[in-house]
Design a protein around this ligand. Structure first.
Ligand SMILES: Nc1ncnc2c1ncn2[C@@H]1O[C@H](COP(=O)(O)OP(=O)(O)OP(=O)(O)O)[C@@H](O)[C@H]1O
Length: 345
């Protein structure tokens, strides 16, 4: 092992993330690790992340297999973000970021999404917990749910993501394309502005969340205290019809983020720095009667929500805290696999 594992800096539903130091260079990086026998998803994430290269995407460094405490581990190495996630930043600011900061992060996330979507990748799990804050701003991370947008490649790809941040067409199990990332971006802006979920008054079980999003016809509330530009930007992200949602390419020129777009262009003109090392860049109310549920979930598309909800109910974790962390769910081709994302952050 030519690197030393340091402290654990994060724990997701699928993996543990530690800070690590290279023995040769002394450089610091992050290692996302799982036991090799259950590393299929992390290896899939590695394959996808290794094809990406953008200032607004967490920088891929490499992968390795290590033997630690008699356990064979698979590690995905990437740049380390000492400041943690956007979710941490929101909590540090007592749940509400200033609008100028929201604008800046939003611009950087849109840049990352524009890069991803133009590269044929859909992230599928945009939320504050999956955005890292680095010296060069917000970077999109955690490609555990990501997929290629090519219909042939994604035909067998199941719906994945975090119910509270899911777009209506995703909650109905119809499609999960790039427009779904834009809806999730809108939800993340609400998270930045309020420190709360986009559906704060909805019963917090995923089944209720999914039903509300899929069939109520309602939209998340746009915070009243935001500027007209910010509200307009949000309304472009939170269109029920995915075809009516603005694309990342359109949003990048929206007046809400215009000043960050302009200042970046100016910076690009004045600096011509060459890159050094990659490490230098561093669910409606409470659950209804089951007859009603069966009526509601009769359709093919809704059966997805039913399966997800059932699984969640069956595997509820004792230390679950919905308010503090948003669940990520993944369905594999053979069936549904539900991951409890229970704190540790
Ligand atoms: N590069 C990094 N630098 C610093 N902290 C990180 C980094 N990557 C991840 N983390 C921390 O580890 C946590 C878990 O990482 P990640 O979201 O990638 O794991 P996961 O198991 O895929 O999570 P999820 O349950 O969202 O699928 C993050 O929320 C964050 O706090």
């Amino acid at each position: 092992m030519d690197w030393i594992r340091g402290n654990t800096v994060g724990r997701g539903s699928s993996a543990t993330v530690s800070v690590a130091t290279s023995c040769r260079s002394g450089n610091i990086f992050a290692a996302k690790s799982v036991e090799f026998f259950e590393s299929e998803m992390l290896q899939r994430e590695q394959k996808l992340l290794s094809t990406l290269n953008s200032p607004q995407i967490v920088q891929y460094i490499g992968d390795s297999i290590t033997m630690e405490d008699n356990k064979l581990m698979y590690n995905l190495m990437m740049e380390y973000a000492p400041a943690g996630t956007l979710y941490d930043a929101i909590r540090n600011q007592r749940g509400r970021l200033e609008e100028s900061v929201i604008g800046q992060y939003t611009y950087q996330i849109v840049q990352g999404l524009e890069y991803l979507h133009s590269s044929g990748v859909v992230h599928c799990d945009i939320k504050g917990q999956n955005i890292l804050i680095t010296e060069s701003g917000a970077k999109i991370a955690d490609f555990g749910c990501a997929k290629w947008s090519d219909p042939d490649a994604s035909a067998s790809m199941p719906i994945a993501g975090t119910p509270m941040f899911m777009a209506p067409e995703v909650a109905r199990g119809e499609e999960q394309g790039s427009a779904a990332d834009i809806w999730a971006l809108g939800c993340t802006i609400i998270e930045m502005a309020t420190g709360m979920s986009p559906w704060p008054n909805v019963n917090s079980d995923p089944l209720s969340v999914l039903y509300k999003i899929a069939y109520s016809g309602e939209l998340p509330n746009i915070p009243v205290f935001l500027s007209t530009e910010a509200k307009d930007f949000l309304s472009k992200c939170l269109q029920k019809d995915p075809k009516s949602r603005w694309t990342a390419k359109q949003l990048i020129n929206h007046s809400f983020v215009e000043e960050f777009n302009l200042s970046q262009r100016q910076n690009q003109k004045s600096f011509t720095s060459s890159p050094t090392s990659i490490l230098d860049h561093r669910a409606w109310t409470s659950t209804e009667e089951s007859e009603t549920m069966d009526d509601i979930f009769e359709t093919k598309s809704a059966s997805l929500a039913h399966r997800i909800g059932g699984l969640w109910l069956n595997s509820r974790a004792p230390n679950w805290k919905w308010e503090e962390t948003w669940i990520t769910i993944r369905e594999n081709v053979e069936g549904v696999k539900q991951d409890n994302n229970v704190g540790g952050r």
